[in-house]
Write a protein that binds this ligand. Structure first.
Ligand SMILES: CC(C)(COP(=O)(O)OP(=O)(O)OC[C@H]1O[C@@H](n2cnc3c(N)ncnc32)[C@H](O)[C@@H]1OP(=O)(O)O)[C@@H](O)C(=O)NCCC(=O)NCCS
Length: 165
């Protein structure tokens, strides 16, 4: 598997994948509306086929992981993307990575926890407020669970002293 930064020729594929998974190019986290078409990203390839996407934004010495999508479940694609991001942040001196997922997303929660990300906060009712910015957020997840809370996970990049994530 190869992971590299998104190039302009990848943008159409990336935008379509985000729209397919998030209902539009817009993603809301912590009361902020992101236009994903403007975010930097990493892409995973298997045999030259794009199979995974990670989008992020850096602010000061913190980085928010905004989008993570794997097109081939349980093949280590998301792990490769997150490891590449953490290594990039380590080299560039970013201290903290964080992200928001929602209470219904059990797969994502298991994934991040398996990688050592820590649940930093549960923002009760935050998705209800996020719908004011993005009305297309569904009321129920694919598993029938009501989508209500934002779960904030964090990873202490500064504790990584070499490429060991
Ligand atoms: C969550 C997601 C990114 C995981 O991608 P992936 O490429 O399948 O993940 P990996 O193969 O790298 O998984 C690594 C480990 O994470 C855990 N994991 C991943 N998906 C899981 C799931 N659905 N349920 C439980 N554990 C899971 C497992 O420990 C897994 O290791 P294993 O396969 O040896 O058991 C993927 O399911 C996805 O794209 N979901 C839809 C979009 C989304 O919800 N993104 C995250 C929201 S911020």
């Amino acid at each position: 598997m190869e992971v590299r930064s998104l190039e302009s020729s990848d943008r159409e594929w990336a935008d379509a994948l985000v729209a397919q998974h998030f209902g539009s190019p817009r993603v809301v986290s912590r009361g902020r509306l992101h236009d994903t078409a403007a975010l930097p990203a990493l892409i995973a390839f298997q045999e030259d086929v794009p199979v995974g996407l990670l989008m992020y934004r850096v602010e000061g010495d913190e980085c928010e992981l905004v989008v993570l999508v794997s097109e081939r479940p349980r093949e280590g694609i998301a792990i490769a993307l997150v490891h590449a991001l953490v290594e990039h942040l380590r080299v560039s001196g970013c201290a903290r990575a964080w992200l928001v997922t929602t209470n219904d997303n059990f797969g994502a929660r298991s994934f991040y926890e398996s990688l050592g990300w820590r649940l930093a906060a549960v923002h009760h009712g935050a998705v209800t407020r996020a719908r004011e910015l993005k009305p297309e957020i569904p009321v129920f997840g694919e598993n029938g669970v009501a989508i209500e809370d934002e779960l904030e996970y964090e990873f202490d990049v500064s504790r990584i002293t070499r490429a060991s994530t």
